[in-house]
Design a protein around this ligand. Sequence first.
Ligand code: RI2
Length: 305
Amino acid sequence: MNVDGTVKAIKEMEIRGAGRIARAASAALSEFVSSKEWKNIDEMRKDVLKAKDKLISSRPTAVSLLNAVQYTMKGFDASVNVKDAANLIIKNSAEFVSASDEAVSKIGVIGSRRIKDNATVMTHCNSSAALECIKEAHRNGKKIKVYATESRPWRQGILTVNELAKEGIDVTLIVDSAVRSVMRKVDIVLVGADTITSNGSVINKIGTSQLALAANESNVPFVVCSETYKISPQTLFGDTVTIEERDINEIVRKGEVHESVKVFNPVFDSTPPGYIDAIVTELGIISPGSVYEIMMRQFGDVTFS
Ligand code: RI2
């Protein structure tokens, strides 16, 4: 898909999920440099930087998007001719997309080991990383029961229940407000991440922190499944994560509420590290306290602008 098509699809949530938008943005940059011709590197640089900015601004919260685009453009500034620069972006993108897919599979294998036979799992929204752990445990013959939240307002829980049901997994859909009352039946909570901050907080779909609170109260392990490129190096230098607010029409129909009523539609929330028992990454299971170390290992050579 081209850059404008990808930007539109990400904004309109046709392409969604922190990992998927990252891979789509990287692939769009690769498509851009493969399909266009430039007379010189300066012209190319201007166009590619414009495309980069458009992609990065398509959704503000998931740092996976920014990290994917930055990875894809690694070395681009130093390129001196159009052909080499294009080849570099194509190569970086192919590397990113395949490493990202591989990371989800590795997370599935590692995370599945935390799910015991006959376990009841709760999940929120629709995270490919979290669902891969559940599917892998099921493929390994474990008998699992899953409670999946509806995840208003976009109702990505519908995607989750259908995805798991197709695999033959016993899955029950619950409304978001049922989380606390269902928690006493749950053995482990598995959720995804859009961004992980330097202090180990996890930014994920709105409502995630409520699952964490309820899990904490019931002594249920709360586990985040996330590729390491969802760690935000910028947060180390004091940047805070922008929580996306989406159109109020996602919550109320036109004319449904009195015109004086304000409607607030934040899409993500932050779960503090104290509520997170473990983060399953492609490198292994880490504690929220070791995010800084992993950040340095993965992003040590990134220059921030
Ligand atoms: P994976 C999604 O965001 C959800 O918050 C989900 O938990 C997270 O991305 C991670 O998803 P949205 O795009 O990368 O639905 O694990 O707003 O697929």
